[in-house]
Design a protein around this ligand. Sequence first.
Ligand code: DAH
Length: 345
Amino acid sequence: MLDKISKLREEISVITPGSDPEEFRLKYLSKKGLISALFDEFRDLPPDRKRETGNLLNLLKEEALSKLAVLKESAMNKTVQKSLKEDYTRPGYPLFYGSRHPVTLVKNEIIDIFSRIGFTISEGPEIEDDDHVFTKLNFAPEHPARDMQDTFYISRLSEEESKPDDILLRTHTSSVQVRVMQSTPPPIRTISPGRVFRNEAVSARAHCIFHQVEGLYIDRNVSFADLRQTLFYFAVEMYGRNTRIRLRPSYFPFTEPSGEMDVSCRICGGRGCNVCKYTGWLEILGCGMVHPNVLENCGIDSKKYSGFAFGMGIERQAMLKYQVNDLRLYFENDVRFLEQFSAAI
Ligand code: DAH
């Protein structure tokens, strides 16, 4: 009998957790099971062998009961895991989707505002030529903006060295105006968002890459009043209902007359604060009536058509909207900076 007991202990000890607990119980612990049979046998033993055998038999029963507990536990875990896997009503695991860049948010807002009044979107190349960036826009041959200091020129391949050095990174999105006028008969009503490049030392207030949106409206009888009202609409949509605008005279070679537009400071409402440097006004864009030379240069009859144009820096608008005053932050892409804009998606 001692032999039988030790064989069963051995047998039970190697049973692994995946086995069926009910099968185990029936085989070893039920009334007709192997251990109960041993207890029956035990009753008929002579008294001098009862003590040792009884101890081992009790040990066997204890071991069998604790194994049964282990088997039940693992079977339970399996069913829980299975039901969790199959429960399609459980919420998903939270994933961080990233956030939109503040420049993208502001660009999309500008696009939205102008598309509501019928402006389309046009794009042009970032690698441009002197003709589209300067010449067609009425820049005089010796105009300082063409200077190597501001413009990144691109050298030609050695076999093309004899051709002029006229390939460059566009310094403003006004070049897209030219491309649109060359390819589309009026009426034209379009905006052109994009990246521009200038050879500037990087600081909080200047960067060698930034973004602009150019606007162009050409039709018969377009007047300065149309320009003013369009930009007023933009300012109110972008900066809020109580925004006032002011146009100051300025100079750009491609517009005549030219202006710069200020909006009333949204922080102090125009009373004066350190954001507006106590003037009550913030400069947001350049604009003007398209110069007749530019229309003619691009194949549009300046006797029949007139138009207005404007150009603004997207980072400039983002700075005013979010009060983030260091341009470098928009290009460093520090996640701790970027994720602050996620709520605005
Ligand atoms: N291109 C100008 C710049 O980069 C901005 C600008 C001013 C665009 C006046 C215009 C305009 O279309 O009419 O500073």
